[in-house]
Design a protein around this ligand. Structure first.
Ligand SMILES: *Cc1c(COP(=O)(O)O)cnc(C)c1O
Length: 402
C-alpha cells in the first residue's frame, strides 16, 4: 500500500501551501517521471495510469517519437511569432486537414482557446444579428469566460456572473428542444459529439444527424468540440467520423500534441476567411515545439497502428466492465467508445478513486458517480487486464463494505 502522502511528496506539498494558489483539489502525491502507462512518485512508487495527463497523454507518458521531435526542435528554433511562416506549422495543418474534412487550421494553446476561436468565428461568419450559440446540458467547453458561458453546467457559473451573453442551453439528445431554441439570432450549435467531462455520454442514434439537418435548414454553423474525443481517442481520427456527421468547425486540444500544450480550431476553406486578420490571435499558437510534437503524435498513431489498438482495447474494457456489471449491482451503466470509458455507479466514485490510488492504479471520477478512464493507446492488453482486475476488485469491495 502507498503511504499517502509519501515522505518526499511532503516537502513539495509544503511549497505549494506557501506559494501556489490552491484552486485545484490535488492528491497528496508528487509525480516525478513517467513512461508509457506508468508514472512514478517522488518515493519511487509506480502507478498504472489509466488517466494519463487528463486525456492529454494519448500515447502514454514521454512517447519516444514526440520526445525526439521536441528535443530536435527545441535546439533549433523555439518560438517565432505568427508574423512569419514556419514549415512545421504548415505541415502540421496539412496532416490535420488530410485526416479530417479538408479544411484549414487556426492554432492556439489550450482547449478553451480553441473554443473561443470557434465562438468568434460563428459570430463573424453569420449575419450581424446572429450571435446566439446553442450548447448542451452536461457539456464542457473550458474555463475562460466565453467557454464557461458555453458550458451548460450551473456549478461552473457560481459567482462568476454576468456571463457572456448569447448562449442558450438544450438538453443533450433532444432534437425537438434544439429546434425550439433556434430563432433569427441563432448563429451556431456547439456540441461535444461524445460528452467527456459530462460522464462519457454517447449521443442517441440520429441525434448528430438531426443537428446537421437543423444547422443546414437554418444556416447555422455546426461546431464539434473534440478537445477530448479527437485525435484517435475513439479509434477513429475524430469522433465525428464514427457517426458519419461532418461539422463545419472542430476544436482540438488535450491529446493533439502528445502531451505538449497545443490546440487547434479547424474549419472549411469557405468559412475560414471569416476569421479575418486582426480579429483573433494567439501569441504562442502553432509554435514550432507544438507543431513538431503534433506531427510526431500523428505519425506515431499511424506507424504503430494505434487507431486499431484503440478499438481493440475499447472492446476489451467493454467486455470486462459489462461482465462486472453482471455480478455487481453497483455498476449502473458501462459506456465505452474506443478509449473513452465511463462506468456509471450507483454510489459516489471519489472513495473508489482513492482506493485505486492506494493500490497504485490511477483513474478519474467525473459527475460524482462516473469512473472515467482515458487510457493511452499504447496500453498493453496485459496492463488493461491488470487495471480492470484492480478496479473490479475495488468496486466489489465497496459492495461488501456497504
Ligand atoms: C478539457 C476540455 C476543454 C478545455 O481544454 P483546456 O485545454 O483545459 O482549456 C474544452 N472542451 C472539452 C470537450 C474538454 O474536454
Amino acid at each position: 500500500m502507498v503511504q499517502v502522502p509519501t515522505a518526499r511528496s511532503q516537502e513539495t506539498i509544503a511549497l505549494f501551501e506557501k506559494y501556489v494558489i490552491p484552486n485545484y483539489g490535488r492528491f497528496p502525491v508528487s509525480l516525478t517521471r513517467g513512461e508509457g502507462s506508468f508514472v512514478w512518485d517522488s518515493d519511487d512508487n509506480r502507478y498504472l495510469d489509466l488517466f494519463p495527463g487528463w486525456g492529454c497523454n494519448l500515447l502514454g507518458h514521454c512517447p519516444p517519437r514526440v520526445v525526439e521531435a521536441v528535443r530536435e526542435q527545441v535546439g533549433r528554433l523555439i518560438h517565432v511569432p505568427n508574423t512569419w511562416y514556419t514549415d512545421a506549422q504548415g505541415q502540421w495543418a496539412r496532416l490535420l486537414s488530410e485526416r479530417s474534412f479538408g479544411g484549414q487550421a487556426f492554432f492556439c494553446n489550450s482547449g478553451t482557446e480553441a473554443v473561443e476561436a470557434a465562438i468568434k468565428l460563428a459570430r463573424l461568419h453569420t449575419p450581424k444579428q446572429r450571435y446566439k450559440i446553442i450548447t448542451f446540458e452536461g457539456g464542457f467547453h473550458g474555463r475562460t469566460l466565453g467557454s464557461t458561458s458555453a458550458t451548460a453546467q450551473p456549478k461552473y457559473h457560481e459567482g462568476l456572473g454576468p456571463l457572456v451573453a448569447g448562449f442558450v442551453y438544450a438538453p443533450y439528445g433532444n432534437l425537438d428542444a434544439v429546434a425550439a431554441l433556434i430563432d433569427d439570432e441563432t448563429a451556431a450549435i456547439l456540441i461535444e459529439p461524445i460528452q467527456g467531462e459530462g460522464g462519457i455520454r454517447i449521443p442517441p442514434d440520429g441525434f448528430l444527424q438531426g443537428l446537421r439537418k437543423l444547422a443546414d435548414e437554418h444556416g447555422l454553423l455546426l461546431m464539434f468540440d473534440e478537445v477530448q474525443s479527437g485525435c484517435g481517442r475513439t479509434g477513429d481520427w475524430f469522433a465525428y467520423q464514427r457517426f458519419g456527421v461532418v461539422p463545419d468547425v472542430m476544436t482540438l486540444a488535450k491529446a493533439l500534441c502528445g502531451g505538449i500544450a497545443g490546440a487547434a480550431m479547424l474549419t472549411t476553406k469557405e468559412i475560414a476567411p471569416s476569421l479575418r486578420p486582426g480579429m483573433h490571435a494567439a501569441t504562442f499558437g502553432g509554435n514550432p515545439i507544438a507543431a513538431s510534437a503534433g506531427i510526431a503524435m500523428l505519425e506515431t498513431i499511424e506507424q504503430e497502428n494505434l487507431l486499431d489498438a484503440a478499438r481493440k482495447l475499447g472492446d476489451l474494457f467493454r467486455e470486462r466492465f459489462l461482465a462486472l456489471q453482471q455480478e455487481c449491482e453497483l455498476v449502473r451503466e458501462v459506456r465505452v467508445c474506443g478509449l473513452m470509458i465511463g462506468i456509471e455507479l450507483v454510489v459516489e466514485g471519489a472513495p473508489l478513486v482513492q482506493a485505486c490510488m492506494e493500490r497504485r492504479l490511477l483513474v478519474n471520477c467525473t459527475q460524482g458517480t462516473v469512473i472515467r478512464l482515458l487510457p493511452a493507446l499504447t496500453l498493453t492488453e496485459e496492463q488493461a487486464h491488470e487495471g480492470c482486475d484492480i478496479l473490479a476488485d475495488v468496486i466489489q469491495q465497496q459492495t461488501v463494505s456497504e
